[in-house]
Design a protein around this ligand. Structure first.
Ligand SMILES: [Zn+2]
Ligand SMILES: [Zn+2]
Length: 359
C-alpha cells in the first residue's frame, strides 16, 4: 500500500467518516439535535412569536429577530458551536470511545446484577413480555438516565470538575448546537455513569421479571426520550423564553428553566441541573421556577471568559490548564532543596579555602 492511500485510509477513519456520520445524525431521531426535533422546537417558537406579537408582548418585528437574529445565531460563539459540533465527532473516535472501552470491563453489567440477585434470593419465574412491561421498563430507563444525568451535572459544577463543564457555560449566546458544546472529559464520565446506572437498573428489573425485557421504543428511541425531544427541547439553548409555569416546572424542565441555569447572575447559580425532569431539582433543593414574563438574562461565565473560549483549541485545552493551575495553587510545588541548609555564600574567603584544599 502506498503512502498516499494509507494516509487517505487514516483520514477517512479518523476524520471523514466521523464528520459525515455526525452530519447524517441530524436526519435521524437519535439525538435532540435532529431536524425533526429542531422543526418542532422552532414551530413552537413561531407559535409563541405570533401569540406575543398579537398582544404587543414582543418588540421583534420578524420571527428571525424573535429568535435572536444574526446577533445570536451568527454570533462568533454560535459559529464556534456549529464548528465544534463536527469536531466532537473526531474527539469521539480519537479519545472518548477508546477511553470508555478501556474502563468498560470494570463496570458491572445487568448480567452481573442478575447473577448476584439470583444467588442471593434464587431465580424468579419468567413473566410474559407484554406492552405494559416494555412501557414500564422504558420508563425506568428514562428515569434512571435522567437521575444519573442530574447528579453528574451537579458533580461537574463542583470545584475540581467545573473547569471542564465551564466549556458548556462559557457560551455568551445560546443556539441549539450549544447543547453539543461539552468537553470530552465530561462526555467520558457521562457515558460511564449512564452505563453503570442503566446496568444496575436493568439487572434488578430483569431479575424481577425472570429474564430480559425490551424497552418500548418510537423510531428506535426510548419512547419518553422521543416525546421529550419533541416538546421543544431545542429551545433550552436559545433566547426564546418558554416557561411551563411554576406548577408544571416542579416536574418538567422548561426551556426557560435551563436558560436560568445558563444565567451569570449570582441568584441563578447552581439552580436547575435537571435535563428532562426538574423533579430532581425539586427533590434535592436546586429548583428555580419561572413565569410567562421573561426574565432579563445574560448568559456565560462573565466578561473575562468571553475572549477565552473563542476557538476549538481553547474549548479543548483551557480546562486542563485551569485545573493544573488550581492544583498548583492548592498543592504548591515545594523544592526539596528548600529544606536543606542554605549554601554558604561564595565569598573570596571560601574561594581561597577551596583552592587550598584542591590536590
Ligand atoms: Zn451546568
Ligand atoms: Zn445547557
Amino acid at each position: 500500500m502506498d503512502a498516499l492511500s494509507l494516509f487517505y485510509q487514516q483520514l477517512s477513519a479518523w476524520v471523514i467518516t466521523p464528520v459525515a456520520n455526525q452530519f447524517l445524525d441530524i436526519f435521524n431521531f437519535n439525538g435532540r439535535f435532529g431536524i425533526l426535533f429542531l422543526c418542532a422546537s422552532y414551530g413552537v417558537a413561531y407559535g409563541l412569536f405570533r401569540f406575543r406579537k398579537q398582544r404587543g408582548l414582543t418588540d421583534a418585528r420578524t420571527f428571525w429577530q424573535f429568535i435572536g437574529g444574526s446577533q445570536v445565531n451568527l454570533h462568533r460563539s454560535a459559529l464556534l458551536d456549529y464548528r465544534y459540533y463536527f469536531v466532537r465527532a473526531i474527539l469521539k473516535v480519537a479519545l472518548v470511545l477508546p477511553i470508555v472501552h478501556l474502563v468498560d470491563p470494570y463496570i458491572l453489567r445487568s448480567g452481573d446484577y442478575q447473577a448476584f440477585f439470583s444467588n442471593l434470593w434464587g431465580a424468579r419465574p419468567r413473566l410474559g413480555e407484554g406492552l405494559s412491561l416494555a412501557l414500564l421498563y422504558g420508563l425506568g430507563v428514562f428515569l434512571v438516565k435522567d437521575f444519573v444525568h442530574y447528579w453528574l451535572h451537579r458533580v461537574f459544577h463542583s470545584r475540581w470538575l467545573w473547569a471542564f463543564h465551564k466549556v458548556h457555560h462559557s457560551a455568551p449566546v445560546l443556539v441549539p448546537a450549544t447543547a453539543s458544546r461539552l468537553h470530552f472529559v465530561e462526555k467520558i464520565v457521562e457515558k460511564l455513569g449512564l452505563t453503570a446506572g442503566v446496568g444496575l437498573f436493568a439487572g434488578g428489573f430483569w431479575y424481577a421479571c425472570g429474564g430480559e425485557v425490551s424497552r418500548y421504543t418510537l423510531f428506535g428511541v426510548t419512547y419518553l426520550v422521543f416525546i421529550f425531544n419533541s416538546l421543544a427541547a431545542n429551545l433550552r439553548h436559545t433566547h426564546v423564553w418558554l416557561s411551563f409555569g411554576p406548577v408544571v416546572e416542579h416536574v418538567l424542565n422548561s426551556p426557560a428553566q435551563h436558560q436560568i441555569h445558563h444565567s451569570d447572575a449570582p441568584r441563578h447559580f447552581n439552580r436547575n441541573f435537571g435535563i428532562n425532569l426538574s423533579l430532581w431539582d425539586w427533590m434535592f433543593g436546586t429548583l428555580y421556577v419561572t413565569r410567562s414574563q421573561p426574565e432579563v438574562l445574560r448568559f456565560g461565565t462573565g466578561e473575562q471568559d468571553h475572549h477565552r473560549y473563542l476557538t476549538v483549541y481553547s474549548l479543548i485545552v483551557t480546562p486542563f490548564v485551569e485545573t493544573a493551575r488550581k492544583l498548583l495553587a492548592t498543592f504548591p510545588y515545594r523544592n526539596p532543596r528548600a529544606t536543606m541548609p542554605p549554601m554558604p555564600a561564595i565569598t573570596d574567603e571560601v574561594e581561597r579555602q577551596a583552592a587550598k584544599e584542591r590536590p
